[in-house]
Write a protein that binds this ligand. Structure first.
Ligand code: C5P
Length: 218
């Protein structure tokens, strides 16, 4: 079973994807990390984030599993990731690794922006997670503060809006609702409510899927 989760920044899609993976006993790939790691490699190498050749070469040099998440989760890296992610040549380099992860015999959960539309168009269940920008900015500010980063709400909201615009407006693999995806609006939901709703959506699509109830609810 392949579960595709897409949505904008801080919509809750990462947590939902992780918890669905636990609930259904599937491996999980947060595809945003690929773009974040690509951006990080460009910047660590002293390159310009807008330099296409540097970004393509950084994407080619990535291993799928060697992500140091603490270095990749920061606010600046989200912005830089969305810049390299708008380059079609960078996306082309990263497609195969994502598809081969999804093609594992066990099945998989992937989350990102183009999973249901480009990476796994035949996924068994597709969820498009949304939430109001203001609520997403609140969540992201909290998360950044927990990491010890300064987080000015207005700046975080502006960052989220800028990223939404770039992700929705790019010509290749924009953030877009797949025709067969179900929308899950988490604006008024807490994490447990969002996870339960997502589990129910997956079960509705694939009633035979083995569910580890404890993980799904825990
Ligand atoms: O999901 P996350 O916020 O970590 O993603 C960082 C950036 O990577 C996004 O703003 C988006 O531009 C890009 N991305 C993408 N396609 C994906 C996953 C992430 O373009 N499948």
């Amino acid at each position: 079973m392949i579960i595709a989760i897409d949505g904008p920044a801080a919509s809750g899609k990462g947590t939902i994807a992780r918890r669905l993976a636990e609930a259904f006993g599937l491996p999980h790939l947060d595809t945003g990390l690929l773009y974040r790691a690509t951006a990080r490699a460009v910047l660590d190498g002293g390159g310009d984030i807008n330099d296409l050749a540097a970004a393509v070469s950084a994407a080619r040099g990535l291993g799928l599993m060697d992500f140091d998440e603490t270095k990749l989760r920061g606010k600046d890296m989200g912005e830089a990731a969305s810049i390299v992610a708008s380059m079609p040549a960078v996306r082309a380099v990263l497609v195969d690794a994502q598809r081969s992860f999804a093609g594992r015999q066990s099945g998989a959960v992937l989350d990102g922006r183009d999973i249901g539309t480009v990476i796994c168009p035949r996924a068994d269940a597709k969820i498009f997670v949304v939430a109001d920008a203001e609520v997403r900015a609140q969540r992201r500010s909290l998360e950044l503060r927990k990491r010890g980063e300064a987080a000015d709400y207005d700046a975080v909201l502006a960052d989220i809006r800028r990223r939404d615009e770039r992700d929705l407006g790019r010509s290749t693999a924009p953030l877009k609702l797949a025709a067969d995806a179900v929308v899950l609006d988490t604006t008024k939901l807490d994490i447990e409510g969002a996870v339960s709703a997502a589990v129910a959506l997956v079960m509705a699509k694939t009633p035979a899927a083995p569910l580890n109830r404890q993980a799904g609810q825990g």
